[in-house]
Design a binder for this molecule. Structure first.
Ligand SMILES: Cc1cc2nc3c(=O)[nH]c(=O)nc-3n(C[C@H](O)[C@H](O)[C@H](O)COP(=O)(O)O)c2cc1C
Length: 216
């Protein structure tokens, strides 16, 4: 099957945050949409292997920080490529608690606080349907998934519903180069580097060391 049309579906990017028995935890998602307008319901798709998945099922509440183009991109590194199983992702971040969920401070397009209504099983992922119980407006320009790919040159890891293996990624995400230019892929996040790799090189998206890069 040609997956190119699937890659034309548009998304935003969000930090979904929740409480893990009082400890803030969360991850990056791109899969969020509004399901109903009156007394709104939203839906998010969560990989069952993500720590945040289990934390939301236990806590039954979560926040969505809508990432803006002006947002600190290290949020994507921390929340999108590391797990709350291994570290406290909110350490060193400015945040408050509201409605018993963490709300990140900084440049965003707004925040949404949600209460879990029900869970739909979809093989590798569960879709969480949730009632919006509060919102906090902000004025950043929403970061689209396309902006993330084309401007930040980021990729999605295996647990993201939109993950694409490097071999199947379209040319727009990995620009054409002359055959003499070496290309390396970061095996952690899929970022593609063109040209020689210095020994002290670190992935600009996920901070993985040079040893995590494989020549294409
Ligand atoms: C751009 C991007 C989009 C992502 N979208 C999703 C998503 O929609 N759903 C999901 O379950 N994981 C998604 N992920 C993957 C999780 O953020 C990632 O697996 C994270 O490390 C999980 O952390 P946790 O174990 O603390 O929950 C995405 C990651 C990135 C970088």
């Amino acid at each position: 099957m040609n997956i190119t049309p699937l890659q034309k579906i548009t998304y935003g990017l969000y930090v979904v945050g929740t409480s893990d028995k009082g400890r803030p935890t969360g991850c990056i998602i791109n899969t969020c949409f509004q399901v109903t307008s009156e007394n709104p319901i939203v839906a998010i798709s969560m990989n069952k292997n993500n720590y945040t998945h289990d934390a939301i099922i236990s806590h039954r509440r979560f926040s969505l920080a809508i990432l803006a183009e002006e947002s600190d991109t290290s949020l994507i590194t921390t929340f999108g490529f590391q797990s709350g199983r291994d570290r406290n992702k909110y350490d060193g971040r400015d945040y408050t608690w509201q409605h018993d969920v963490p709300i990140l401070k900084g440049k965003f397009s707004g925040h949404i606080v949600c209460e879990l209504l029900h869970v739909a099983d979809n093989e590798t992922h569960d879709v969480f349907f949730a009632r919006v119980i509060d919102t906090l407006p902000d004025d950043g320009t929403p970061m689209t998934y396309t902006y993330y790919h084309q401007v930040i040159k980021g990729r999605a890891p295996k647990n993201a519903p939109t993950y694409v293996e490097e071999e199947k990624a379209p040319a727009t995400e990995a620009p054409q180069t002359t055959t003499s230019t070496k290309r390396y892929v970061c095996e952690v996040c899929g970022y593609i580097h063109e040209g020689e790799l210095p020994d002290d090189y670190k992935c600009p998206v996920c901070q993985a060391p040079r040893s995590c890069f494989k020549e294409l």
